[in-house]
Design a protein around this ligand. Structure first.
Ligand code: SAH
Length: 461
């Protein structure tokens, strides 16, 4: 290793950029965002630099570089496409012991530019010491996805209270514990969920309180785990999955997803086979309340989206009645996941202007749906839990006026390995499904858009 990562205070310092192309423009943007006083020396500049000049964000000397340009500089960037000129600038800068960066020429640099993850005021810098900028960018992309956008706001909140906490807790070890508790507890969580004011008030309260103990009360995260492919989780879902103390999940959540929950979290399976709820809904609701009241961070993990045929609403109604804090994280619902992975757009300018999500669940062997509303032209039907009652579903739609040769797709294990897509019509699909021994979970998609599958299919499972 030859480089030391340090953060240079550029605000109000003079930064000289020699060159006016896109490479220079990228550096200039970074500098302007950090309030540097930028001078650009270049006979011509690209459009984005010109735009910044017109906003008075930088000073432009429209000419070639002169040795005297270095006189007032604190930091120098050479980013022209003339290697000899870049070298000349670098040598002059080095003779004056000025830090200098030369684009694409690590040999001439006294400092190099990292890839940066910005969460103002938090910044993470990644560097491969010039070995592979592509690798640095890849690493940066990975880190981007792991660092919540709200970390910046969190750091700002902590900065605002830092002095007061230091006065209240002169002992460094206690102070560190205090901030760790804040970071791991509900105050940080409020901020992540966008409840900035509540976080601020809670922190005020803790500091006003003589014990200085941040609350560690339990909370329920009602999280949509998506249709199966773990890559379809949201960043927030993954983060909460990795900090939960206990997870409550049912059969619909793919094992691939459950595997991503924090390893030492307690796992509670509440089943839910069709017509045979392993744990009845009221008991699940009560369990959530009980665990949260024990002070645990409870992850209620649902397949797809918790608010679409997920009974998520009922679960949080109980929580709200009991005063247990909760947050809801949407997930990709099965209709969206299956449609995308089967190459069937749910809407299409030519074929469907609306899409209806409907449950095909049988009650006492009957499917009680608003049939006339479903049998509408230019409309796609996405039917959840429709496999068991597929016969009745197709028959009723035809009885109520839908064409018997309306295309229908059945997507089994959508988005997962071994996804299967069966294509038929209202008339032919029930028999085809039986013959093919279709298993849950499966989604039925009905409408003209199904015709596009043949052309748009891309995922082979
Ligand atoms: N809340 C869930 C739906 C729960 S209802 C969501 O938003 O997706 C359960 C039904 O969803 C299943 O009967 C099936 O019709 C559908 N489903 C869920 N995951 C699926 C998958 N991976 N492939 C196909 N259908 C799926």
């Amino acid at each position: 290793m030859k480089h030391l990562p340090i953060y240079f205070h550029v605000a109000r310092r003079r930064c000289l950029v020699v060159g006016g192309g896109e490479v220079a423009a990228r550096k200039i943007e970074l500098l302007i965002r950090r309030e540097a006083r930028v001078t650009v020396v270049a006979p011509e500049v690209c459009a984005s630099i010109a735009a910044r000049r017109n906003e008075n964000k930088l000073q432009h000397e429209a000419r070639t570089f002169l040795d005297g340009d270095l006189v007032d500089a604190d930091l120098v960037f050479a980013a022209t496409d003339d290697r000899a000129l870049n070298r000349h600038v670098a040598e002059l800068a080095q003779a004056r012991r000025l830090p200098v960066n030369v684009a694409d020429d690590p040999e001439l640099c006294t400092f190099i530019m990292p890839s940066i993850i910005e969460r103002d005021p938090v910044q993470v810098a990644v560097s491969t010491g010039g070995a592979s900028p592509v690798l640095a960018r890849l690493l940066r992309a990975r880190l981007e996805s792991f660092i919540p956008a709200a970390y910046g706001r969190l750091a700002a909140l902590m900065a605002a209270f830092r002095e007061r906490v230091r006065k209240r807790l002169p002992d460094m070890t206690r102070r560190r514990r205090f901030w760790e508790d804040v970071l791991h507890g509900p105050i940080a969580e409020m901020l992540f969920a966008g409840r900035e004011q509540a976080a601020l008030q809670a922190l005020e309260q803790v500091i006003a309180d003589s014990s200085m103990h941040p609350p560690m009360h339990g909370e329920v995260y009602l999280v949509g785990g998506g249709p199966g492919d773990p890559d379809l989780l949201t960043f927030r879902a993954l983060r909460l999955m990795q900090q939960a103390d206990v997870v409550i999940y049912d059969r619909l959540v793919a094992p691939e997803i459950v595997a991503l929950v924090r390893r030492d979290a307690e796992r509670i399976y509440v089943g839910k086979e069709r017509d045979q709820h392993t744990v009845p809904q009221p008991e699940i609701n009560a369990l959530l309340v009980q665990l949260a009241k024990e002070g645990k961070r409870v992850l209620r993990l649902k397949g797809g989206d918790p608010f679409i045929f997920g009974r998520g609403g009922e679960e949080i109604e109980t929580l709200s009645g009991e005063g247990v804090p909760f947050q809801v994280v949407p997930g990709i619902t099965a209709a969206a996941g299956c449609a995308s992975y089967a190459g069937i757009p749910l809407t299409h300018r030519d074929y469907a202007q609306s899409c209806v999500f409907v449950t095909g669940h049988l009650k006492n062997d009957r499917m009680d749906l608003n049939w006339p509303a479903l049998v509408q032209p230019q409309q796609t039907l996405a039917v959840y839990m429709g496999v068991h009652g597929l016969d009745a579903l197709c028959r009723e739609l035809v009885t109520h006026g839908m064409r018997a040769d309306m295309p229908v797709a059945l997507v089994e294990r959508g988005t997962l390995p071994r996804q299967r897509v069966l294509i038929g019509t209202l008339e032919s699909l029930p028999a085809l499904a039986k013959k093919s021994d279709v298993q849950p979970p499966s989604m039925v998609i009905i409408g003209e858009v199904v015709k596009l599958h043949e052309k748009l299919k891309w995922f082979s499972g």
